[in-house]
Ligand binder design. Structure first.
Ligand code: RB5
Length: 144
């Protein structure tokens, strides 16, 4: 995780977990950009997804994390952006394999779906896991 740069964002539905994940990133000394939202007021998740996706595709950050109520809206919006492979994860196995096999570059989490500690475990595993390449690279290349 050394020198990994991360962009993170949420709507109001994911605001609390975004703040917890930021605490985790600080604890691990991971450089991050918080694109908002900055208050629990209602806002539109596609705008946030677009900002994080742009930071990832421009290469300004290595990976992105998006949180909303279900994680679904964020993943749909982020995956509209060419070059984004956003994985909605509610378990640690999917988090690991989304990196190892799919080279996912954005992690999506649903605050209303999973517990906070599970969300933090998923984040930890997702950030630590590398892409295996090989036959998986061929498949990811087909997507691109
Ligand atoms: C907001 O109420 C909610 O729709 C949003 O956080 C997300 O779950 C959308 O997919």
């Amino acid at each position: 995780m050394d020198h990994l740069k991360v962009a993170i964002g949420s709507d109001h539905g994911g605001f609390r977990y975004k703040e917890s994940i930021i605490d985790y990133l600080k604890m691990r000394d991971i450089e991050y950009t918080d694109v908002g939202t900055y208050t629990p007021e209602s806002c539109d998740y596609p705008e946030i997804a677009r900002k994080v996706a742009a930071l990832v595709t421009s290469g300004k950050v290595d990976r992105g994390i998006l949180v909303c109520g279900t994680g679904i809206g964020m993943s749909i919006a982020a995956n509209k952006v060419h070059g984004i492979r956003a994985a909605l994860c509610s378990d640690t196995y999917s988090a690991r394999v989304s990196r190892a096999h799919n080279n996912a570059n954005i992690l999506c989490i649903g605050e209303r779906v999973i517990g906070e500690h599970l969300a933090l475990d998923i984040t930890d595993i997702w950030l630590k896991t590398g892409f295996e390449g090989g036959r998986h690279k061929r498949r990811v290349d087909i997507i691109e």
